[in-house]
Write a protein that binds this ligand. Structure first.
Ligand SMILES: C[S@@+](CC[C@H](N)C(=O)[O-])C[C@H]1O[C@@H](n2cnc3c(N)ncnc32)[C@H](O)[C@@H]1O
Length: 116
């Protein structure tokens, strides 16, 4: 394990409202969706995992681990990571319509050009 993606666990509808609130305050929102039902909101109380960028050829993988009392998101190494190498994982975001697409700058040879 490299790091846990920590934050407040919210229902998806609460997370959507909070995201709008953060936008209204010009604050970046750091959120990780777990199976559509729950979202980890790392905006106010998250770990440094929230700063990990997306890559189409990642050196880490983000996995949802389910416990009796909830879920955790664990970021693990997908291969050997060299000292000084930036950590990244594949966000695996659902593709969206053109106007809200985010261009991907991961620079991988197999880059999919968009992160969503
Ligand atoms: C969880 S944040 C990652 C940390 C962010 N770079 C920061 O400095 O706060 C996710 C956002 O970072 C940007 N991002 C992450 N990976 C990217 C990539 N491969 N290409 C372009 N933008 C990326 C996008 O704006 C995305 O919505």
């Amino acid at each position: 394990m490299v790091i846990e993606y920590m934050g407040d666990i919210l229902r998806a509808e609460v997370a959507m409202r909070k995201e709008l609130l953060y936008k209204a305050k010009n604050r970046p929102a750091y959120m990780f969706r777990i199976y559509g039902e729950r979202v980890i909101d790392a905006t106010r109380s998250g770990s440094p995992a929230r700063y990990i960028n997306h890559s189409c050829s990642p050196n880490c993988v983000a996995e949802v681990v389910t416990f009796e009392r909830g879920h955790k998101i664990i970021i693990s190494a997908a291969r050997r990571i060299e000292r000084g190498e930036e950590l990244c994982y594949d966000y695996k975001l659902t593709p969206v319509a053109d106007q809200s697409k985010i261009p991907c700058h991961c620079g991988a040879a197999n880059c999919r050009k968009w992160i969503n």
